[in-house]
Design a protein around this ligand. Structure first.
Ligand code: CO
Length: 264
């Protein structure tokens, strides 16, 4: 990935612009929560969301990024992230990771949710809940004066206390005029390491939590990341601005993945 060299701090005016980008992303998740249903194809969901982004005067952040072919990443069950939308039909019992970015007036916002379709297993429900809680625990640490790995550690502790594992090969990231900026934000590690957090940093926090082993591989399509053991994975992501008044989530309330319900 084309990481920039330094952590770029954003001014209050820049954060205002990113707040609007974040609202558009939140609108995408509201739309996805309605469209992700038994019988829908991932391709038609992607097309509808791309239309929504463009109707808002924004541009999908992912399309064309390193030649990625779609607006959204839609990753079902054992797919962790970067599933390419297409002819796949959503079925009862699936959990569907939906990840979208929007570029508005030169600034990106990026967020993901995992949605439940019909009757999912108890294990899937618990995985989704723990992954949401792990993200919230990470956001809680996104405070001026903390160190970057305080976020990482909080995410890992919460996921592993529940008996799940965190993916290590993929990380969260700074975000702004570039989709991916410094710093990388791992979802694991000891606390108290890395740069001190400062007001004006904007981070995309994105735990990927697995029922089984943390290991993943990339399918032959060169994008879709899948769990090595074929067990379920969940992914939630928020774009978060670090302010003197604490963390500010720019990408809307967190959908639980059930019936359009949101929290926070
Ligand atoms: Co991201």
């Amino acid at each position: 990935m084309a990481w920039t060299d330094t952590i770029i701090l954003k001014s209050p005016a820049e954060i205002d612009t990113m707040r609007r980008a974040g609202e558009i992303v939140a609108g995408c998740h509201d739309l996805a929560s309605k469209l992700i249903r038994v019988g829908a194809t991932t391709g038609e969901i992607d097309a509808a969301v791309e239309g929504y982004i463009r109707s808002q005067g924004a541009v999908p952040s992912f399309k064309g990024y390193m030649d990625y072919p779609a607006a959204a990443c839609i990753s079902v069950n054992e797919e962790v992230v970067h599933g390419i939308p297409g002819s796949r039909v959503i079925r009862d019992g699936d959990i569907v990771g939906f990840d979208i970015g929007a570029l508005w007036q030169g600034y990106h916002a990026d967020a993901a949710r995992t949605f439940a379709v019909g009757n999912i297993s108890e294990e899937a429900r618990r995985l989704m809940q723990v992954t949401r809680e792990a993200l919230q625990a990470g956001i809680e640490q996104a405070r001026v004066g903390n160190r970057l790995s305080d976020i990482s550690h909080a995410v890992q502790e919460h996921a592993e206390a529940a008996g799940f594992s965190v993916v290590r090969n993929l990380v969260g990231h700074g975000i702004g005029q570039n989709l991916h900026e410094k710093p990388q934000v791992p979802n694991f590690g000891p606390p108290g390491r890395g740069p001190r957090l400062r007001a004006g940093m904007v981070l995309a926090l994105e735990p990927m939590v697995n029922v089984g082993v943390p290991d993943v591989y990339t399918r032959k399509d060169r994008w879709t990341i899948v769990t090595l053991d074929g067990k379920l994975s969940a992914h939630y992501e928020q774009t978060v601005a670090i302010t003197d008044n604490g963390p500010e989530v720019l990408t809307g309330p967190l959908h639980t993945g059930f019936d359009g319900e949101t929290i926070g």
